[in-house]
Design a protein around this ligand. Structure first.
Ligand SMILES: Nc1nc2c([nH]c(=O)n2[C@H]2C[C@H](O)[C@@H](COP(=O)(O)OP(=O)(O)OP(=O)(O)O)O2)c(=O)[nH]1
Length: 154
């Protein structure tokens, strides 16, 4: 006997459904010069997706925002600072295993007003570039982390 054809009501099974690309911005907040140069890194809370992973502060671009405006807003929400968004360092595309596809634009920040205040993270700290590979970063960031530690960027 023939199997009945399963109707999908016009929807494809979720595994085949392409999720829209998430546009994300993140900041490399820098201090110090030469070999004393450090970058500010943040650890996601346990209850967030990809909990406990380290990342650069930032988040998704909202409709109608430029990348710079979105990043300034995220830094204000997450850290309570008014940041001057500097140059764009690089753009990374990554497909996470759950099907999420993201594009992250990384900007440098060397000037900001206010004190860095932990509003949402598990932990946050200044790290020398050479120590970055010791932290368990989000997968999309790993190539950037290697390049920074190897002195290939900045
Ligand atoms: N801020 C930031 N996000 C990153 C980095 N690397 C990386 O893969 N991402 C991903 C994690 C998230 O999927 C997305 C950032 O958006 P988000 O911070 O609003 O994400 P979320 O899922 O925690 O927040 P939400 O959906 O609850 O709004 O980009 C990074 O270095 N910094």
């Amino acid at each position: 006997m023939k199997r009945p054809i399963r109707k999908l009501n016009g929807r494809r099974p979720s595994a085949l459904q392409a999720k829209p690309v998430r546009h994300v911005v993140a900041a490399l907040i820098l201090r110090g010069e030469g070999s004393a140069r450090e970058v500010f890194i943040c650890q996601r809370r346990a209850d967030q997706p990809m909990g406990h992973k380290w990342e650069f502060p930032g988040g998704k671009i909202e409709p109608g925002e430029t990348a710079e405006i979105a990043l300034a807003r995220e830094l204000n929400e997450e850290l309570g600072i008014d940041a001057v968004i500097g140059e764009k360092l690089t753009t990374v595309r990554h497909n996470y295993r759950n099907g999420a596809s993201i594009e992250i634009q990384f900007f440098t920040v060397t000037e900001f007003r206010g004190e860095l205040e932990n509003r949402i993270f598990q932990n946050m700290l200044w790290s020398p570039f050479s120590k970055l590979p010791e932290y368990d970063f989000l997968t999309a960031d790993l190539e950037l982390i290697r390049d920074l530690a190897d002195g290939k960027l900045l």
